[in-house]
Design a protein around this ligand. Structure first.
Ligand code: NAD
Length: 501
């Protein structure tokens, strides 16, 4: 096993390589870097080279993190709520101060472009943590007019130890959405990092740990079958919060049900974007490109991956979006000139190409690819992919109904408003949706009828602090990013009745 640098503070790493070396085969447990017996390779998707070895935690190693979190929980919950918030806010500011190093690590492990994606991600993650840090005072209960001779109140209590399980696509933002509210509400946390991209999560968390009592925040890494399984099945886990695939979400929900503990699930989507005949075309084109997260290779749960364009605008829309997609620079994620980096791994690329092959095999389908693949000899070519639009598909085609999680969007024509609303609501997902129109009646009517947890008009914003975010249907359960999310998903309500007769 390679030696980890026990002496380097997370506040003073001088290179991304030093960060990765320090977290070689390491979990963060009880405020310490704790070596594990086994390791798994983390690959830089842009070069194909092994980036480092992360911990491959077994059940016993995972259990130690839960034990540390459990030992720390009572004292943390007893810390005044506003004081907890101030600590989390201070930690958030330290994360922000080290954002460049965290972004550099993230770009290496995810293949996402440093300029268009990674810097923005850590900035938003720190902002979410700081937002939650300001909410300690909001953990209020109620007084209830039950009986004048009985003081009846409700209080908000922490749940205990929270397991936070992260995917690889946006691990820092999705981690902050779980760590921030869980800690401010008085819970302690065990994060399971994504085994595909763990190191930036470790760095963000260890920076936070400099401000938190030992054991309040812990991070383990490993695969789902061993580490994830052990964590979700641990008797001392009081709540599971998960972002990832539908299949694993379903498994986790069953585990939570068997233990009668709450679970929040964020499981992806196939989000529709409806462009009406009166839409501002330039804004709609820009919104389609940003909404589809083409600079993240489309690896986003909210990706606007079904673009419904009114017949009157269709040709002009296609002309403009093609011109703009062709300007995106696909290349080395670390190059400041790059807009689009790589897909995460070969397994995901195979899934994406499998969908494209189905479109290619469909009569009447148009497969439109944009931009130029990089020719740089230092880069491994396999995981770079051109932004791709699929046109001319039937509404029940798998590329229109299923999440692809890659840079591939279906573009569909429409002319009948009732029909497009029905089509937009026609999948089993319900995460996000957008409508592009200047007409107030259309905006009001469509937003009330679209079956999605996050509906926007004339924009496709990503996750924002203070804006509740979460899916309907098989997109998941529960909200994130808001006060409501902290109160509903990271606390329990206790009723106290005092008879003073
Ligand atoms: P995944 O669901 O396989 O893994 C997500 C996390 O769950 C990882 O940390 C993994 O180790 C863990 N895990 C896996 N099995 C587990 C188990 N049995 N018990 C506990 N934890 C377990 O997702 P992924 O491999 O990161 O991505 C695969 C697919 O998931 C993608 O193709 C995409 O469709 C979807 N996805 C969705 C989102 C989203 O934001 N909704 C994010 C990433 C991936």
């Amino acid at each position: 096993m390679a030696q980890s640098s026990q002496t380097t503070s997370p506040l003073s790493f001088d290179t991304p390589e030093a960060v990765i070396a320090a977290y070689t085969q390491i979990n963060l447990v009880g405020g310490e870097r704790v070596p594990t017996a086994a390791a798994l390779d983390v690959v830089n998707p842009a070069t194909g080279a092994t980036l480092g070895q992360a911990a491959a935690s077994d059940a016993a190693e995972t259990d130690t993190a839960v034990a540390a979190a459990k030992a720390a929980q009572a004292a943390w919950a007893a810390t005044p709520a506003r004081a907890r918030g101030k600590i989390v806010a201070e930690a958030a500011r330290a994360v922000a101060a080290h954002s460049e190093m965290i972004a550099q690590v993230l770009a290496r492990e995810t293949g996402k472009a440093i300029r268009t994606e990674c810097r923005g991600e850590i900035t938003v993650a720190a902002d979410i943590l700081e937002f939650y840090g300001s909410l300690g005072s909001e953990l209020k209960g109620q007084t209830v007019p039950f009986n004048p001779r009985m003081l009846t109140t409700t209080t908000r209590e922490a749940l205990g130890v929270v397991a936070a399980i992260l995917p690889w696509n946006v691990p820092l933002v999705l981690g902050a959405l779980k760590i921030g509210p869980a800690l401010v509400a008085g819970n302690t946390v065990v994060v399971k990092a994504s085994e595909e991209a763990p190191f930036a999560t470790f760095l963000m968390a260890e920076i936070m740990m400099q401000f938190l009592p030992a054991g309040v925040l812990n991070v383990v890494n490993g695969d789902g079958a061993n580490c994830g399984h052990a964590l979700t099945h641990h008797a001392d886990i009081a709540k599971i919060t998960f972002t990832g695939s539908e299949a694993v979400g379903e498994t986790i929900y069953k585990v939570a049900a068997s233990r009668i503990i709450p679970a929040s699930l964020e499981l992806g989507g196939k989000s529709p974007m409806i462009i009406c005949a009166d839409a501002d075309l330039d804004k709609a084109v820009a919104g389609a490109i940003s909404g589809m997260r083409f600079t993240r290779q489309g690896q986003s749960c909210t990706a606007a991956s079904r673009i419904y364009v009114h017949d009157d605008l269709y040709d002009a829309f296609m002309e403009k979006i093609e011109a703009q997609l062709n300007t995106l620079v696909i290349g080395d994620p670390l190059d400041e000139a790059t807009d689009v980096g790589t897909v995460i791994n070969q397994k995901q690329m195979d899934v994406i190409q499998g969908f494209v092959a189905k479109a290619e095999a469909t009569e009447g389908a148009d497969i439109l690819r944009f931009g130029t693949l990089p020719a740089d000899a230092d880069l491994a070519p396999d995981l770079f992919m051109q932004p791709t639009l699929l046109a001319g598909l039937d509404e029940d085609h798998p590329c229109v109904t299923q999440e692809i999680f890659g840079p591939v969007a279906a573009v569909q024509r429409w002319s009948d408003y009732e029909d497009v609303i029905a089509k937009a609501n026609g999948t089993h997902y319900g995460l996000a949706a957008s409508v592009w129109t200047k007409d107030l009646s259309t905006a009001l009517d469509s937003t009330s009828r679209l079956n999605a947890g996050y509906v926007q008009v004339n924009q496709n914003l990503t996750i924002q602090p203070n804006v509740s975010y979460g899916g309907f249907g098989r997109s998941g359960l529960g909200k994130e990013a808001s006060l409501e999310a902290m109160l509903e998903h990271f606390t329990r309500s206790k009723t106290i009745v005092i008879n003073f007769d």
